[in-house]
Design a protein around this ligand. Sequence first.
Ligand SMILES: Cc1cc2nc3c(=O)[nH]c(=O)nc-3n(C[C@H](O)[C@H](O)[C@H](O)COP(=O)(O)OP(=O)(O)OC[C@H]3O[C@@H](n4cnc5c(N)ncnc54)[C@H](O)[C@@H]3O)c2cc1C
Length: 322
Amino acid sequence: MPLILASYKLWSELETASRAKFVWNCGFMTISEQTDSRLAKAKECADATGIAYEILDGREAGRRYPQHRFREDDFVLFDGMGGLYASEYAIACAAAVAEEAGAVIHRDARVDRILPDEEGVTIVAGDRSFRVGRVVVTTGGWASELLPEVNDVLMPKRTWQSWYFAEDPEQFLPERFPPFGRTFDGVRFHGAPTIDRRFVCIGAVEELPERIVDNDPTGPRVLPDMSIVNEYVQEYFNGLRSDPVRVMPALDGYTVDDNPIIGVHGASPRVVVLCGFSGHGFKLAPVMGQIAADLVLTGGSGQLIDELKLERFDVSSQRSSV
Ligand SMILES: Cc1cc2nc3c(=O)[nH]c(=O)nc-3n(C[C@H](O)[C@H](O)[C@H](O)COP(=O)(O)OP(=O)(O)OC[C@H]3O[C@@H](n4cnc5c(N)ncnc54)[C@H](O)[C@@H]3O)c2cc1C
């Protein structure tokens, strides 16, 4: 939680620096049966940190949020600290502020190898190479390509997001329809309000079955079977059309304990690793940037990250790339 609070402050500073709005402090709803462990965990976390929250039963939640169709046995924990990020816009703003401050971004460089030695690090990207003092590896779900030693403890996981047409977009704006996570029948759904005043984004965290469409003239394509999400939209929402207008894949790296890997690489003090955010990394991004900078400059961090080192796993059997 201290990391999240530190991050919120930095997001706000970034909004000010870039004269932009990409955060909506509209709260977050955890929806589930009363006995579900996620509800208990959200409550425990809010109690421990003093975050204001409300618990509503299905009937009261239905009155307040008529866009959802709640079940009789649903409970909703509304946490006022949660919110919505326009993630791509936020990243573009962060990149612009970094460039204004003198950073150089090589947008078209795919890194193939990282070669640290006593004096520095060589980064190989195609036919180019860069010589630097230290390197920070933040390649998300692709981390094991550069760091094979994380192979056994970090799984890339592809999730699909879909966007549904809102018949009355005013009802699905952040202040009326906060982002939510909803668990039932073993599936974790999540959704976010509209910020373009047209489409509402809904997805399922579980991996959806994928199918190959091989009669495409441009070559085989992999498409998800979205029926589980479409049926959820049809049954549990008012005012959304249940056939998606857009479907997009996204990838993140999930560790075996769902906690990220953060720290200086055991094999070279010149390599800092931050990956494995397991579906929770976006809100933490600015504070992770600060931690990375501290690790590069001083080898340590004022934040409590000791338990997040790669060494908490037994990765000795994997050949190190560094
Ligand atoms: C659908 C979805 C919803 C999510 N919702 C939330 C949420 O509500 N709240 C939250 O906090 N988090 C959320 N997350 C998780 C969050 O987005 C991730 O945890 C976070 O983006 C991980 O950051 P990262 O820097 O480790 O990886 P990424 O954001 O994946 O960034 C890795 C980057 O490295 C690049 N890359 C990979 N290999 C190479 C290479 N060899 N050379 C050069 N570049 C390379 C990739 O192109 C990519 O740009 C969500 C994720 C998904 C997929």
